[in-house]
Design a protein. Sequence first.
Length: 208
Amino acid sequence: MTSAARTERELLCDLALTVGPDAPTLSGDWDVRHLMAHLVVRDRQPHNGIGIVVTAFADRHDRAVDRTAEHDFATLVDRVRTAWSPLSLPGVDSLANTVEFFVHHEDVRRARPGWEPRVHSRRLRNALWRVLPVLGRSLVVNAGVPVRLRRTDSGDTMTLRRGANPVVLSGDVGELVLFLYGRKQTHGLSFDGPDAHVTALKAASLGF
């Protein structure tokens, strides 16, 4: 069975070819060409890709993305689609790539006028949920308030930041992930907790 990470990679590549290299994304100032270039760097140049999470190497990552973006767009998309790297090994793929490709797929989808939320498969929702204990705590470190997640399809909960009077953030797993990655174009989320904590969470710079 094709993994959720592989499916999101394929869907992103298909959409990239549909909208074209100059289409906007929700990933900073990147257009689709530069988003594809980032993914090529991440897959094939890990010594440069690390700059996306380690600020000391950010300039190296940005230069690598700019160089890579000069390639033919169809070639870039094909390299993303067929990439091999240690991150694509079974087991590692789910942990390293499910959230990455889901978020960037939505970055392209939700930058388009009239976007609508997708209905996600249970397989994708569960794959995203399994990764959150690994990534989620670092995503909310700047919030400064206790945070608990609740997925509305199952009622399962997860604490990302411990403390009294947490903000309970409830919604579809995909929407939870997008919010935690700093995306404002989300749908159907609810925030329960002290007003000051909710305000702090909404105002925080989340994600990497």
